[in-house]
Design a protein. Structure first.
Length: 235
């Protein structure tokens, strides 16, 4: 497979990955890739815009905290694909990635800080003192949670664990729900769709999703989990 063919396949993969992770399906983008090829489409998309307006596809990726990974700009900047683009196209891609809001660029979080302590440091506490795990209002909303579980069930979407299977009746219905869109990226006009925006995850996987800020995507963590556990596919 030539480098241009590899790029074409990556552009096709981008459509489905971005759609699954953001809920935005770029049908015009897909049609262009199929009709004109991945390289021609990428080059057209990297032409500087006069009005600097962000298109819907890139905005969806920004909102999901995934523009630095799942965008045509990110693909063009990958070392293996750079030879296919001109210096001007690479500069345009770099400028756009560099202009992303800082809160949408993933930064690692230390393990001890994933679920931060909220008790005053000046006090002394017995081991086992209460620890607070901060989740957003959408995850706490009983109606939103219920709608999510009706759609997805109560099995972890990443490792496929079921608390009911593991612990019997006491585990029935127990599961965390994770909000896939980073809080910092939620704009005033945003309206939650629990069936799309929320996903059931076990506490372990929930913690690992929040091992970076913005959180890892569900698809990314699932890929990591399955790569480390061959033969283990979510049910």
């Amino acid at each position: 497979m030539t480098l241009e063919e590899q790029l074409h396949q990556e552009m096709l993969n981008l459509y489905s990955r971005a759609g699954k992770e953001t809920g935005y399906w770029g049908n015009y983008y897909l049609r262009s890739v199929k009709n004109h090829g991945g390289l021609a489409t990428a080059r057209k998309m990297l032409v500087p815009k006069k009005n600097q307006k962000i298109d819907k596809g890139l905005q969806a990726l920004i909102d999901a905290g995934r523009a630095d990974e799942l965008s045509v700009e990110a693909i063009a900047l990958r070392p293996e694909f750079r030879p296919l683009f001109t210096a001007a196209e690479i500069a345009e891609a770099s400028n756009r990635i560099g202009a992303l809001p800082s809160n949408t660029i993933k930064t690692p979080i230390a393990p001890e800080s994933i679920f931060p302590e909220v008790l005053p440091e000046s006090e002394t506490y017995a081991e086992g003192a209460v620890r607070s795990i901060v989740v957003n209002a959408y995850e706490r909303d009983p109606k939103a949670r219920a709608a999510c579980l009706v759609k997805h069930g109560s099995r972890c979407a990443i490792c496929s664990m079921s608390f009911e299977e593991q612990y019997g009746d006491i585990g029935k219905g127990f599961i965390h729900v994770h909000h896939k869109k980073p809080l910092a990226a939620i704009r005033s006009e945003y309206s939650i769709n629990p069936k799309i925006d929320l996903i059931p995850v076990c506490p372990n996987c929930h913690a690992m999703l929040h091992s970076s800020n913005p959180p890892l995507s569900v698809e990314k963590l699932k890929m990591i989990y399955e790569s480390r556990n061959p033969g283990s596919k979510a049910k």
